[in-house]
Design a protein around this ligand. Structure first.
Ligand SMILES: C[S@@+](CC[C@H](N)C(=O)[O-])C[C@H]1O[C@@H](n2cnc3c(N)ncnc32)[C@H](O)[C@@H]1O
Length: 234
């Protein structure tokens, strides 16, 4: 079913990530409900390695804006490249974990709702991991306008996201159909939340973005991830 407006899910989405802050990393490190056994876990980590290699090649440097920075899994990685990072997220609880993880004066944190926020300066790189899928389809263009407005001339973007893959998520989550745009997520204590989750195909994403002045190259890892990079055409 096509949902015209996802606005009613946006506060619930923030609430979910605020309450999930202390258990968020279990997903990335394949622990407890996200542990899919040695073979699939191994595949996951090897595909994370592919993502890291792609980020290395992209070489994010200079002034970097990280949107929806979360607990800092990627903030920490971005610090390797020696840039100055501005990390934005709506959830103070994840920012606190991120700050503790990076312990770096090279990261400036901003607590903001990205659907009501405009950057106050321009950046060489805008980076976002596992965020685009949480942007409602009807806000796709306005989100990318914010990204465009955040870039210096010649600035570059890099993003990572999830592919539609049941074993990516917790054992007690269900992925119904690839074109659904809302999923139900559970916390460890069983509380349930409906949040936005949109899955893209690389070619579809490239085409969609080309129409609004982007030159983006998107690719997939074999099972779990989608990633893309590029900049403005004009
Ligand atoms: C899937 S997590 C990704 C976190 C991190 N980038 C990573 O890769 O681990 C999504 C993040 O978006 C944040 N978020 C949700 N809604 C938001 C909003 N409206 N504005 C800013 N951040 C938001 C959540 O707090 C959460 O940290």
């Amino acid at each position: 079913m096509k949902i015209e407006s996802h606005d009613k899910f946006l506060q619930e989405q923030i609430e979910y990530y605020r309450l999930r802050a202390n258990e968020y990393d279990e997903w990335f490190f394949r622990q407890s409900r996200y542990d899919r056994g040695p073979e699939l876990n191994q595949r996951w980590f090897s595909e994370i390695e592919n993502l890291r290699k792609a980020v290395d090649k992209f070489n994010p440097s200079g002034d970097i804006l990280e949107l929806a920075c979360g607990t800092g899994i990627w903030t920490e990685y971005l610090l390797r490249f020696g840039g100055r990072i501005t990390a934005v997220d709506a959830a103070p609880e994840v920012i606190a974990i991120n700050r503790e993880r990076t312990k770096s004066a090279g990261v400036k944190y901003l607590q903001a709702d990205l659907f009501n926020w405009q950057p106050d300066k321009k950046y060489d790189v805008v980076f976002f991991a596992f965020w685009l899928s949480h942007v409602p389809p009807e806000r796709f263009d306005s989100f990318w306008q914010v990204v465009a407005g955040a870039l210096k001339p010649g600035g570059r973007v890099f993003f990572i996201d999830s592919r539609f893959e049941q074993t990516s998520t917790a054992k007690n989550h269900t992925l119904e159909k690839p074109d659904d745009t809302v999923v139900t997520r559970k916390l460890n204590d069983g509380q349930e939340f409906d949040i936005v989750k949109v899955f893209y195909q690389p070619a579809e994403l490239e085409d969609k973005l080309r129409k609004t002045g982007w030159q983006i190259t998107a690719a997939e890892t074999p099972q779990y991830f989608l990633y893309g990079q590029g900049g403005r055409t004009s």
